[in-house]
Write a protein that binds this ligand. Sequence first.
Ligand SMILES: NC(=O)c1ccc[n+]([C@@H]2O[C@H](COP(=O)([O-])OP(=O)(O)OC[C@H]3O[C@@H](n4cnc5c(N)ncnc54)[C@H](OP(=O)(O)O)[C@@H]3O)[C@@H](O)[C@H]2O)c1
Length: 258
Amino acid sequence: MNNNDRLTAFITGASSGIGAVYARSLAKRGYNLVLHGRRRELLEQHAEQLRREFGVDVEIVIAELSDPQEMQNLEQHILHIDKLGFLVNNAGFGLPEDFHSSDSKDNQIMLRVHAEATIRLTHAALKVMLPRKSGAIVNVSSVAGFLISSRNAMYCATKAFLNTFSESLYLELHGSGIKVQVLCPGFTTTDFHKKLDLVPRVPMSRKFMSAEYVVNASLRDLDRGKPVCIPGGKYKLVPILLRVLPRWVLYRIVLRIW
Ligand SMILES: NC(=O)c1ccc[n+]([C@@H]2O[C@H](COP(=O)([O-])OP(=O)(O)OC[C@H]3O[C@@H](n4cnc5c(N)ncnc54)[C@H](OP(=O)(O)O)[C@@H]3O)[C@@H](O)[C@H]2O)c1
């Protein structure tokens, strides 16, 4: 296929982990790629490998998503991709401290990266996708988005925003030709925990899912038109349990384990 005829997938946070696996999977499905991240060297290595292996065009964009100017540049970038077929809002991170002892600036950055960047890039993508009546948007949230926590208030709250936003958008865009999914993974082996200096103990890390498993589940569910993807049997139980557990029981469990 001529590369000019291919659709383009735009993936944030594609330098490692879940984002890097979306890049490989979507290249395999025949998409040209725009890979966003901040670690240029890693992105260049991935891009070169994907060009060689799949023959697709791969472009790299470096941007700090909490920076207003860099964010605006990314929006403009998306608005100028006329064959945009896929957007993955994947970039994200955790914070090591409790809310009360955290740096206020870090909370602001998390809000911008998880919520504001997703809102703005999704809005820009829809301007390009809706006239063509086709496309897919995946917002990478977390199973934490269903939960409450005594130690991760900002992470749970910003991911809960993504869940509500994405499911509502799924309904708003029903019949438009645009698919929307929120992906809610549990523990997954990526650079996420290394960056937090939380290298899991061996028995725990064996219970982690691979990023490949998570992305396969996401794309399979997207093909089936499912708006919420929770990879892994045990994690699927979380929202079900939360619907039936009295709140006071949940508070006790959370205070004990999380
Ligand atoms: N791993 C898990 O257990 C797990 C579980 C549930 C949900 N998630 C979610 O999955 C998504 C992907 O994370 P991952 O596990 O694959 O971790 P990862 O390997 O650390 O990847 C995170 C990506 O996000 C980018 N990023 C982070 N902060 C950014 C910022 N301020 N500006 C621009 N880019 C930024 C990183 O870019 P650079 O590194 O290049 O700077 C990197 O490409 C996140 O939204 C995370 O919340 C992960």
